[in-house]
Design a protein around this ligand. Structure first.
Ligand SMILES: Nc1nc2c(ncn2[C@@H]2O[C@H](COP(=O)(O)OP(=O)(O)OP(=O)(O)O)[C@@H](O)[C@H]2O)c(=O)[nH]1
Ligand SMILES: [Mg+2]
Length: 299
């Protein structure tokens, strides 16, 4: 903290899988930088979303949902990515889903026990409420468990009450000079974001069929005037998984590729040529060395 008139701080967005953390970040930024889907455990890496105004810069940290699934290397990596930032931020947004408190929410709550930063409870998905009167007792139940600096019910998807949340964030932002250039909105490269967009299309296209152990690696990323050529490999663990992704006569892979290309073109504001391969790499999700080579380095 210093005597700067400008405000700048780090805000963690934390919660169990699927509560809407990444959706919230994208709507705050007004731009999609973090992928989202109906499937839990969509986000795998910490990702920064930077919002700069004339007087403040808010650096939001989207995190993988904290969960209690099988302890494979990838799952440990994801929980580590979510837990490790809690000590380093100025404010925590604890996101839950309205009317839905689970064992995994309890786990997240217990992780917050020793956090020194103020914690705002964000009750998301209020658009799904059938009876609005249910909300108050739900909130009372949570606030009886611990102290929250504020409680903000909202709908990330329908952009309801997000300005209220942002106002509460600005109120608690420390005085600091900006950390990032004013036109920067994330710490991730377009190469990384492109791989994430491809993974999003995979997750969305395959739903429950998607083998959880799927990852995307950009092999080549060549920018040439207005055309960007991207060559990417989708890694799976078995032959069967490979067949599922490719689909009949390659139809599925083609559909994934063309949806991803449209979104990448939007992001890069230019034409994209996208070539996808599917390869088998046995046991990558439980192998620390393979994880590192696929971009899951210790953070
Ligand atoms: N109805 C409704 N759905 C929402 C809302 N916010 C998010 N969702 C949906 O909830 C699902 C999960 O959203 P994500 O943003 O991917 O959730 P997440 O918390 O980032 O999930 P992980 O990355 O897996 O931890 C998606 O299908 C979203 O469209 C909301 O306010 N209302
Ligand atoms: Mg997410």
């Amino acid at each position: 903290m210093n005597d700067s008139a400008f405000q700048c701080g780090f805000i963690a967005i934390i919660g169990r899988p699927n509560v809407g953390k990444s959706t919230l970040l994208n709507h705050i930024l007004g731009q999609k930088i973090s992928i989202t889907s109906r499937k839990p455990q969509t986000t795998r890496h910490q990702i920064l979303g930077v919002k700069t105004t004339d007087t403040a810069q808010v650096i939001y940290v989207d995190t993988p949902g904290i969960h209690n699934r099988r302890s494979t290397a990838i799952n440990r990596y994801m929980n580590r990515a979510a837990n490790s930032i809690l000590d380093d931020v100025d404010l925590v947004l604890f996101v839950v889903q309205a009317m839905r408190w689970t064992e995994e929410d309890e786990i997240v709550m217990s992780r917050l026990q020793h956090v020194k930063a103020p914690i705002l409870l964000v009750v998301n998905k209020i658009d799904k409420l059938v009876d609005k009167n249910e909300l108050l007792p739900f909130i009372d139940r949570l606030t009886a468990m611990r102290h929250f600096d504020s409680v903000i019910p909202l709908s990330a998807l329908h952009a309801q009450n997000i300005d209220q949340l942002e106002a509460e964030v600005y109120e608690r932002l420390p005085h600091n000079e900006p950390f990032f250039p004013v036109d920067q909105i994330t710490d991730r490269t377009v190469r990384f974001l492109s791989a994430e967009i491809i993974r999003e299309k995979l997750v969305r296209e395959l739903g429950q069929e998607l083998p959880y152990a799927t990852t995307v690696k950009i092999e080549r990323f060549e920018e040439e005037n207005t055309l960007t050529r991207i060559f990417a490999t989708i890694y799976v663990e078995t032959k069967g998984q490979k067949a599922i992704i490719i689909g009949r006569k390659g139809a599925r892979l083609k559909s994934i590729g063309s949806k991803a290309r449209v979104d990448i073109e939007k992001m890069l504001e230019g034409k994209v040529y996208l070539q996808l391969w599917v390869k088998i790499r046995e046991g990558w999700s439980n192998d620390e060395r393979a994880l590192a080579s696929l971009g899951y380095s210790a953070e």
